[in-house]
Design a binder for this molecule. Structure first.
Ligand code: GLN
Length: 474
């Protein structure tokens, strides 16, 4: 499926095609290619076909349907849907069928979208390649010998392979933007609180956000408007209407000041640095002013993140005890059952994070690790706030490299963690950011440039993202 969600929905509403045909096209593309690419952990073909027929019947009856009526979508397998298996890429949740549906999924369904299935991810969204999935990795459709990025790798593959025009991912430290960059897609992480986390399985609650993968900036805006806005079931949701993003796509960048930030560039491959500079030139040609600047505090983000995220994860993952969810390894007493279940159910990266987090929170080390990391988080947020006194937006690389090969980084967790160098600061500050495809390396692998904006100025990302997109497609 090469068409955008917006044009597909228009064609379905105009009855040039049907929701059933769009759903069948998605399902047959999956049958054809997903044995190799492994974007999906679970495909619900019957439910999708039924939902599509219902949409077609409503259109035939002349009823008004939602803005995504008949558009097939894919959902990261850490977002719950009533009765649909949710594994989070972990053995510990095998067999669990959630009793409720995430707000974001509910809102997509209300808009007429057809959920096709649940996509692969690094276990509990911890990773940058999907190699940490307990169910095997996904492959990059542009070059199947390369990883698609992670942790939302399956969601990126589902769109990049052309199965569906839209998927949802989650971004705690870069898990939407990094796979979007590796697969040549638009990946958007909203301002913390703009999009509900209700029904997103918690990894690191102060950082986790849901967002879309799309092939166009306008699709990203439409989907984000649909899933965004206040949700009383998420206590961290901002009590305000969803921001207007579609309107921003046509606004242009004339008069905007864009900070080209060396700390979001240094350490990236030369070919990526070149493309970021080309993006700056494109924004300048469209009327923006480019300001070279440095924000050295951003460099501290990685170490703060790898204390804070594991600390929160160690607490969030305590609920998987063999009693309430999924897997249980039977033993003679409860404590032995807990230990056996967690030992068998969690993979090595999740165990590493639980140990790191528990250590960082332990009495005697709390101030030295968790406390310091919290102070660093504040330092980074302050530094970004200061930078935004002089510029409206920041521009840099999304990732230091293009998509890497399987096995290249799994043996060395630190090198894997470095994938997140440029994406983490936005999560720590709660600010919005977007990766926009802007060319390829010499091997034809996609390169993403990253736009960052201050909290609640997500609209600026869409204004600038649309300018970059038009430059690439020109
Ligand atoms: N790669 C990062 C990590 O492993 C980010 C993951 C994410 O954003 N979910 O924690």
């Amino acid at each position: 499926m090469t068409t955008s969600a917006i044009s597909l929905a228009q064609a379905i509403a105009a009855r040039t095609t049907t929701a059933a045909a769009a759903t069948d096209a998605a399902l047959s593309a999956i049958t054809e290619r997903d044995g190799e690419l492994h974007a999906f952990l679970h495909v619900d073909a019957d439910a999708a076909r039924q939902a599509a027929s219902a949409i077609d019947a409503r259109i035939a009856a002349g009823e008004t349907v939602g803005p995504l009526a008949g558009v097939p979508v894919a959902i990261k397998d850490n977002l719950v849907m009533t009765g649909v298996p949710t594994t989070c890429g972990s053995k510990i949740l095998e067999g669990w069928r959630p009793p409720y549906t995430a707000t974001v999924v509910e809102r997509l369904i209300d808009a007429g979208a057809i959920p096709i299935g649940k996509t692969n991810l690094d276990e509990f969204a911890m990773g940058s390649s999907t190699e940490n999935s307990a169910y095997g990795p996904s492959r990059n459709p542009i070059d199947p010998t390369k990883v698609p990025g992670g942790s939302s790798g399956g969601s990126a593959v589902a769109v990049a392979a052309g199965y569906v025009p839209v998927s949802l991912g989650s971004d705690t430290g870069g898990s939407i933007r990094q796979p979007a960059a590796f697969c040549g897609l638009i990946g958007y992480k909203p301002t913390y609180g703009h999009i509900s986390r209700y029904g997103l399985v918690a990894f690191s609650s102060s950082l986790d956000q849901v967002g879309p993968f799309t092939t166009t900036v306008a699709d990203s805006a439409l989907v984000s408007e649909i899933i965004g806005g206040h949700d009383h079931r998420d206590s961290t949701s901002i009590d305000a209407p969803a921001p207007s993003l579609l309107e921003a796509c046509g606004r242009g960048v004339a008069g905007l000041r864009v900070g080209l930030c060396s700390d979001l560039l240094d350490g990236a491959d030369a070919v990526i640095v070149d493309r970021v500079r080309a993006a700056a030139a494109a924004l300048e040609a469209a009327g923006a002013t480019i300001v070279d600047l440095a924000i050295p505090e951003l460099r501290l983000g990685l170490s703060a993140y790898y204390l804070l995220a594991p600390a929160e994860a160690s607490s969030n993952l305590a609920r998987y005890d063999g009693v309430r969810f999924g897997l249980r390894e039977e033993r003679d007493d409860v404590a032995a059952m807990n230990v056996a279940t967690r030992t068998a159910g969690f993979g090595p990266e999740v165990k590493r994070r639980i140990m790191l987090g528990t250590y960082a929170l332990s009495a005697g080390y709390y101030d030295a690790y968790y406390g310091q990391a919290q102070k660093t988080r504040r330092l980074i947020t302050n530094a970004l706030d200061a930078a935004y006194q002089g510029v409206d937006l920041l521009l840099g690389a999304t990732t230091p490299t293009t998509a890497f090969g399987f096995g290249d980084k799994v043996a060395d967790p630190l090198s894997m963690y470095l994938s997140d160098l440029f994406t983490i600061p936005s999560n720590l500050a709660g600010h919005p950011a977007m990766s926009v495809p802007f060319g390829t390396d010499s091997a034809g692998l996609p390169i993403g440039v990253q736009l960052l904006a201050p909290g609640r100025r997500d609209d600026l990302l869409f204004a600038a993202g649309a300018v970059l997109e038009s430059e690439v497609s020109a």
